[in-house]
Write a protein that binds this ligand. Structure first.
Ligand SMILES: [Zn+2]
Length: 147
């Protein structure tokens, strides 16, 4: 069975799959995020080659393609699918009013739960102290029924 290349647009990753030709145009689940990866068609197919487990663009400029982004060296200590030359995009837009309200509400609820938890811990500690001090009391007279 031939090897086909697929592109996951969500994580910009290229991965290979061995499957029958008649199934080659069907999407293949991405090994990272499990979303459907689209088959790289022959023109795009020729633009990359897999070497050392990394996609490299042809003509080979000595650079590597890490998840669709050009980098000059392979990551050495980075985790798979991460590369130090690629900064993770961070959300920079300011929070919407709705988000702020929701975030504040969540914080309030969290703090309330935390306080309730602290109260419970304090009362448990108090009970434990009370029990310990009771145990220190002299034992009751044997034979006497205690309730
Ligand atoms: Zn993916």
């Amino acid at each position: 069975m031939p090897v086909y290349e697929y592109l996951c647009e969500d994580c910009d990753g290229i991965f290979e799959a061995v499957k029958p030709m008649r199934e080659s145009s069907e999407p293949e689940p991405c090994p990272v995020c499990d979303l459907d990866g689209k088959r790289l068609m022959p023109t795009q197919f020729n633009a990359y080659i897999m070497r050392k487990g990394y996609a490299r663009r042809i003509p080979d400029k000595g650079t590597y393609w890490h998840l669709g982004t050009e980098v000059s060296y392979l990551p050495k200590q980075a985790r798979a699918y991460e590369h130090p030359q690629i900064k993770k995009e961070r959300r920079t837009e300011p929070l919407s009013r709705q988000d702020v309200v929701e975030l504040t509400e969540r914080k309030v609820v969290e703090r309330r739960l935390q306080r309730a938890d602290q109260r419970r811990q304090r009362s448990l500690a108090k009970d434990a102290r009370a029990r310990r001090s009771k145990e220190k009391l002299p034992p009751r007279v044997p034979g006497k029924i205690t309730t």
